[in-house]
Design a protein around this ligand. Structure first.
Ligand code: ARG
Length: 363
């Protein structure tokens, strides 16, 4: 990003924030002057703690694909901008897992590492801090097919998994262009839920399990022209993410056929709607099991209601909601939610979370 661009982005961000939080005109002017002085002399600037907190929260509020945004103000921030050595970073990631998991009462949390600069770029190579490995063995796949490429990388770095369907992958970070380094996550940090069904006693024999907390670690946070290339964040799960997609998708754990067979459905005929019936039971099982184990989870009906509330709140604040319909409709009975029947606009707004290298400002 060139100097003028950073100044523009920074001023827009500071002005919006200071107005929204009703800081005085004097405070705003002083801060704008300090920021542009810093950018002219060193090409960049540092956010205050308030700016960092507000920026991370508003980036969540602005993210068009997230249905859970009603809770944007509750995001906790772990400011780790002072850390730049691998061991300290690994420790901070473990502490994120612990604080976010919070014994099952999941707390939305983001850990923010140093901003990108000419001297330093920190990257977390995991898609999520906790995720299961996938192994391609001949034409068989064990574990999560979505993790095959990353698992191969981990093995090249020297990591060895046990080869089960649920091996938790190690944390992998890369500092500048150095060789990535990894560290395994001690078991006591990883909360998992065994999946059972409230009525089908055979269900637990499928030995399905999932981890408690999704901590997305491959997105970059951008606030006022500053890029945080390592900023893992978590909320709690919505049931369909695990049940419909992770277990149900054909190219993931592909569990619908075996569930339908166990239910006694004829899976050779589409007319039995075996996929649909199996999906419902699988979704019920996931929610039931998380609740039973006192791990936070939200069903897609409640989440859709909460999203509607979020939109109402934003409207009251006279802000436009940035939303992508195709990501917001839940992948199960979507027409029963209000989201299906609503039109949304997708716009470019910053602060935001971006898939690596995909920020429109950096084209
Ligand atoms: N869909 C992803 C998964 O199934 C998680 C993405 C983030 N989800 C969340 N509820 N914050 O693992």
């Amino acid at each position: 990003m060139n100097i003028e661009k950073i100044v523009t982005e920074a001023s827009t961000f500071i002005t919006t924030m200071y107005n929204e939080l009703q800081y005085s005109q004097q405070q705003l002017e002083d801060r704008l002057a300090a920021v542009s002085a810093s950018i002219s002399s060193v090409g960049s600037y540092l956010h205050t703690e308030e700016e960092l907190q507000y920026g991370a929260r508003v980036a969540w509020r602005n993210n068009s694909r997230c249905i859970g945004r009603l809770f944007w103000k509750s995001l906790m921030i772990a400011d780790c901008r002072h850390l730049s050595n691998a061991d300290q970073i690994f420790d901070a990631l473990l502490s994120h897992i612990e604080r976010g998991t919070n014994d099952g009462r999941v707390q939305p949390l983001i850990t923010i590492f140093p901003q990108r600069s000419t001297e330093l770029t920190i990257k977390i190579l995991n898609h999520q801090l906790i995720r299961y490995a996938g192994y391609q063995i001949g034409d068989q796949i064990v574990g999560d097919p979505d993790s095959i490429a990353f698992t191969t990388l981990c093995r090249e770095l020297g990591w060895r998994g046990e080869g089960t369907a649920y091996d938790v992958l190690p944390l992998v970070i890369q500092i500048n262009n150095e060789r990535p380094c990894y560290r395994s996550i001690p078991l006591e940090y990883i909360k998992e839920v065994n999946i059972e069904h409230p009525n089908f006693t055979w269900f637990h024999e499928l030995q399905l399990q999932w981890y408690a907390i999704p901590i997305v670690s491959d997105m970059e946070l951008e606030i006022g022209g500053i890029r945080y290339t390592a900023a893992p964040f978590n909320g709690w799960y919505m049931g369909t993410e695990i049940a419909t997609r992770n277990f149900g998708d054909v190219h993931r754990y592909n569990m619908l056929p075996v569930i339908a067979k166990n239910m006694g459905l004829n899976i050779s005929s589409n007319l039995t709607m075996w996929k649909d019936r199996a999906l419902v039971e699988l979704n019920e099982a996931v929610i039931y099991s998380y609740k039973k184990n006192k791990v936070s989870i939200v069903d897609h009906h409640t989440a859709s209601e909460q999203f509607r509330l979020f939109c109402e709140q934003e409207q009251q604040e006279q802000r436009e909601v940035n939303a992508r319909w195709s990501w917001l409709i839940p992948p199960m009975s979507p027409t029963t939610t209000v989201i299906w029947h609503t039109r949304y606009n997708e716009i470019d707004v910053n602060p935001n979370y971006y898939r690596k290298q995909q920020c429109p400002f950096h084209k």
